[in-house]
Design a protein around this ligand. Structure first.
Ligand code: G6P
Length: 608
């Protein structure tokens, strides 16, 4: 969602800030802005639309200031407009603030500040921060920010600059991420490592309830109550090339093609072939609690939720543990007995999704074991949970998640193997499982080689208005994820369904203008899927089938067939999901959509 980048150093700040904003574009935004300190004055420009619109406004006479703050906004309070975009200034344009998060008591603060004579220019909650800091400012920016934050209810990641202290920036966080980047005589702060990576790998994470005073090349962190904090610098191991398109027209296509390597990374060093075992270092500390759990609850949102749904089928196939999967946003309303023998696994690419953070905090409070499956190292979920596993998938830039989905499912398969081998799964079953996992990258590469055929099919269906996706057992979550991908990137109405539910509703929609994508690999539910396809065909519905290579019966039945390589029944999702990702991608391209940044969507949903 919203993104922050701040810079102080010995180079002109404007190009660095604009470049940082471009790196944050993938998170989703509708407007942007920048404020730079020049000769004890702050210059600020804001624009609706793309970063290129903002850069256009700034023209070819860049301000030569060495420090500044910048922001990409995704509207929550107030429409996208230059007034509502950040940075927000105080009454005299001496203090400017960029803010991610939500100020819950902003109405009350705004009334109070209005009564004191402050003039507001936007309809955002964030603007109160600039005026509140102005109210407390007596020459020391850090003190003023600290006092202002004592009055605030809600969540924030902020960057503040003032004309009175042009060689300082103050940043603070509560529930919204902020990372400091350090390089020689320079200091950066950003909501997302992607904005820092081209400058430095040396980072320090700010924690909730902390305020940092930044000066060129140095930082000092204190808690809101004034206690000094030591924070060591860590080196980011993300590869810069992950944030570049490397010749692909879109990040989504690049990330789809990275999937064989991503699965390779997810399983690297985590399999013991001879013993048919998985090894997950991140959960070793809590192994006895995990092993003795009575049930596992998986919580997630969006694509991560569908990974969790598949995880349930896999873990239940491998073990005796009952597995529950819920949307983090709905879990909050359920009345469950969460005790010490319940383990909760939160799956989140970003580790910052607001609904996930809310449930993880609740789960911890109630004494259950909390685990995280997270891609972003050092993210809030990674820090809040008792133990966890990292994806090591590298930064995912496209808003629609692809490579992290396959990484998540690869790790859930490892969890299934790990737990299963301590229960009834035999040595030979374990070895076979390891063999199938190891074979995946190669099989996924041959799947990707079928992209031209999928592109051809996509062209034929790109002008339809609706699509139904059906699957059973392991293919059911893939159908759901395939439909989500299509909705997100092509704006077609796509609905995922358990194939067994077809006759309970969706069949009424089927006619010659309503195509269905049927996942029908040769597995234990194949015959039932063929039955579904026949029912659709007898109502003249076009069928795009995803099936096992060489399946002539399916080829005759379906209008179009996307073949996947032969593999064990449980492992087909790794291949069929590629088919559906590519189908969504090529349909979206055919329809001229903004594939990497779909309208209205954000990479990380940091508000509930
Ligand atoms: C947003 C993103 C999705 C993602 C979902 C959950 O909607 O656009 O791609 O699946 O959030 O995000 P998380 O970071 O928690 O996995």
């Amino acid at each position: 969602m919203c993104g922050i980048i701040c810079y102080l150093g010995d180079r002109p700040s404007l190009p660095i800030l604009l470049n940082g904003l471009r790196r944050l574009e993938y998170r989703g935004y509708d407007s942007s802005g920048v404020a730079v300190a020049v000769n004890e004055k702050i210059h600020c420009r804001k624009a609706v639309g793309k970063i290129s619109d903002l850069a256009g406004l700034l023209g070819d006479k860049p301000w030569t200031g060495w420090g500044g703050i910048a922001h990409t906004r995704w509207a929550t309070h107030g429409v996208p407009s230059p007034e509502n975009a950040h940075p927000h200034g105080d009454c005299r344009d001496r203090i400017f603030v960029v803010h991610n998060g939500i100020i819950e008591n902003y109405r009350q603060l705004r009334e109070e500040l209005r009564d004191k004579g402050h003039r507001f220019r936007s309809s955002t909650d964030s603007e109160v921060l600039a005026h509140l800091i102005e109210e407390y400012y007596r020459g020391d920016l850090e003190d003023a920010v600290n006092s202002a934050l004592q009055r605030v209810d809600g969540t924030y990641g902020i960057g503040v600059i003032s004309a009175g202290n042009p060689s300082q920036i103050v940043v603070a966080r509560l529930g919204s991420p902020l990372i400091l980047g350090i390089r020689d005589r320079e200091i950066f702060a950003a909501s997302d490592a992607a904005a820092l990576m081209s400058h430095t790998r040396e980072v320090a994470y700010l924690h909730d309830g902390e305020v940092a005073l930044l000066k060129p090349g140095s930082y000092r962190i204190r808690t809101l109550s004034g206690m000094p904090m030591n924070r060591s610098v860590q080196t980011l191991d993300w590869d810069m090339s992950s944030a570049e398109k490397r010749g692909y027209p879109h990040f989504m296509l690049k990330e789809v093609h990275e999937q064989p390597e991503v699965v390779g990374e997810a399983i690297r060093g985590r399999l013991i072939e001879a013993e048919g075992l998985a090894k997950l270092g991140g959960v070793e500390r809590v192994w006895s609690r995990l092993r003795n759990m009575r049930r596992l609850i998986i919580l997630a949102c969006g694509t991560s939720y569908y990974a969790g749904l598949l995880g349930r089928y896999v873990i239940e196939s491998c073990t005796n543990y009952p597995v529950d999967v819920d949307l983090a946003s709905e879990f909050q309303y359920r009345k469950l007995n969460l005790q010490a023998r319940t383990a909760v696994l939160a799956i989140s690419q970003s580790g910052e999704t607001a609904d996930i953070l809310a449930v993880v905090r609740e789960v911890k409070r109630r004494g259950a074991l909390s685990l995280g499956l997270v891609n972003v190292v050092g993210s809030t979920v990674a820090r809040l949970t008792d133990a966890g596993i990292y994806n090591h998938a590298g930064p995912e830039i496209s808003v629609a998640s692809t490579k992290v989905f396959v990484s998540q499912i690869a790790i859930l398969y490892l969890v299934g193997l790990l737990l299963g081998r301590h229960q009834q799964m035999s040595l030979s079953e374990g070895q076979e499982f390891v063999h199938e996992l190891r074979a995946l990258p190669g099989r996924m590469r041959s799947m990707l080689a079928r992209a031209p055929a999928i592109e051809e099919i996509a062209r034929r269906y790109a002008r339809h208005r609706n699509l139904l996706y059906l699957g059973r057992r392991f293919s059911y979550p893939v159908a759901m994820e395939g439909a989500l991908k299509m909705k997100e990137v092509s704006y077609l109405h796509a609905e995922g369904y358990a194939a067994g539910e077809m006759k309970h509703g969706p069949l009424a929609l089927v006619d010659e203008s309503f195509p269905t994508v049927c996942l029908a690999p040769r597995d234990s539910v194949y015959r039932k899927m063929i039955g579904n396809i026949q029912e659709i065909k007898s109502r003249k519905g076009p069928v795009i089938a995803v099936g096992t290579e060489g399946d002539t019966h399916l080829a005759e039945l379906a209008d179009d067939l996307i073949e996947i390589p032969q593999c064990g029944e449980m492992f087909t999702p790794f291949l069929s999901v590629i088919a559906l990702q590519l189908l969504a991608y090529y349909v979206a391209r055919e329809r001229g959509c903004d594939i990497d940044r779909p309208r209205n969507l954000a990479k990380s949903v940091t508000v509930q």
